[in-house]
Design a protein around this ligand. Structure first.
Ligand code: DP6
Length: 340
């Protein structure tokens, strides 16, 4: 048997974050989350199942080098779930995958990666390509991947079991001409993975307070997207980013390297940009920030302001020698697709 398919999926940026799980095996989140798919951050994946292969292999297509053993294992475990559903138990696969952006720096590469992998593998194995089914399956690979399946602005419904936890569309990509200027200030991989961070979240003394705030915040963010109310949307999104990082910074960690009072994903440059955003806003430029689990800062503005914003960020970059930031200008994008 030999079966092959390719798929492409976007990374997504959460405005209301997924942080903490109520079931880590099933990747059931502690709360609903809301995101948008990013047009300039994609993973393309081709998968070949062949009964002559002796093991699963994952190749990073741009360099033609094998992926790290830990990642290959996570892919292989995910493929086991799909093979079981398709009755293709023992058939091993070759996965060729490529990101259009740097990984491990606060752009959700596991989201685009597992959304593309789930879509390509399901297509190759002849599994149903229903978006709800694909979204729950992608979730089992990486939680945030479930939000990269539908198009545009999405909400992940936390659910109570495997079948009730998946993402649905809140609005299509062309609903709102929002721009996300993603500023990658460092390409060094973060020390604490998101998966490890989730497990620590409940140890923060502020976690319960955050969960209590979230139903109201989810309602405000969802309604602001639908109404294209940029001010409410931006304010809630920025408060949410700080709430999520407060949890990360107050969840103590014991690792082989020692004890840490919490995970600090920001770098000095991240904070410099965050402070600048507050000044630019005071000077009349409507812009808000959010950050995921990494130093990358995502600046949210309307299409009409993106060039002005870029000039401001460039000036900040050039204010100190030796800086070399990477910029991605994202628009709301479609979700995962099987490629011809
Ligand atoms: C901070 O989806 O990477 O980006 O389910 O363990 O793979 P796993 O976690 P992951 O967590 C993403 C965390 C976040 C917030 C978000 O995207 O909602």
């Amino acid at each position: 048997m030999r079966k092959q398919a390719s798929a492409e999926a976007p990374a997504n940026l959460a405005f209301v974050k997924y942080w903490g799980k109520k079931n880590s095996g099933l990747r059931l989140p502690a709360n609903n989350s809301i995101s948008v798919n990013l047009s300039q951050a994609k993973t393309s994946t081709t998968i070949i199942f062949d009964s002559d292969f002796e093991q699963d292999r994952v190749i990073l297509a741009d360099t033609q080098t094998p992926a790290k053993a830990e990642f290959t294992l996570r892919v292989s475990e995910h493929l086991d779930r799909l093979r079981k559903l398709a009755g293709a138990g023992g058939v091993k696969a070759l996965v060729q995958t490529q990101n259009s952006f740097p990984s491990g720096v606060g752009i959700a590469s596991s989201a685009s990666g597992f959304a593309a992998l789930t879509t390509a593998a399901s297509a190759a194995l002849g599994l149903p390509l229903d978006p709800v089914v694909l979204s729950s399956l992608a979730r089992l690979g990486s939680g945030s991947a479930c939000r990269s399946i539908p198009d545009g602005f999405c909400e992940w419904l936390a659910g109570n079991d495997d079948n009730s936890s998946y993402a649905v569309q809140v609005a299509p990509p062309d609903h709102w001409d929002l721009r996300i200027l993603t500023v990658v200030v460092s390409e060094k991989t973060k020390k604490l993975s998101s998966t490890d961070g989730h497990a620590l979240a409940a140890a923060s003394p502020f976690f319960e307070a955050r969960l209590a705030d979230l139903p109201d915040r989810l309602n405000k963010v969802r309604a602001a997207i639908v109404a294209r109310d940029f001010k409410t949307f931006g304010q809630e999104t920025e408060k949410e980013a700080v709430s999520f990082h407060t949890i990360a910074m107050t969840s103590p960690i014991q690792t082989a390297d020692g004890w840490f009072s919490g995970a600090y994903y920001w770098l000095p440059e991240s904070l410099e940009i965050m402070l600048a955003v507050q000044n630019w806003r005071a000077e009349g430029l409507p812009v808000y920030f959010t950050l995921d689990a990494g130093p990358t800062v995502h600046l949210i503005c309307l299409e009409q302001d993106v060039e002005t914003l870029k000039r401001q960020v460039k000036m900040l970059e050039n204010a100190r020698p030796g800086r070399n930031w990477t910029f991605l200008t994202n628009a709301p994008a479609i979700g995962a697709r099987v490629l011809a």
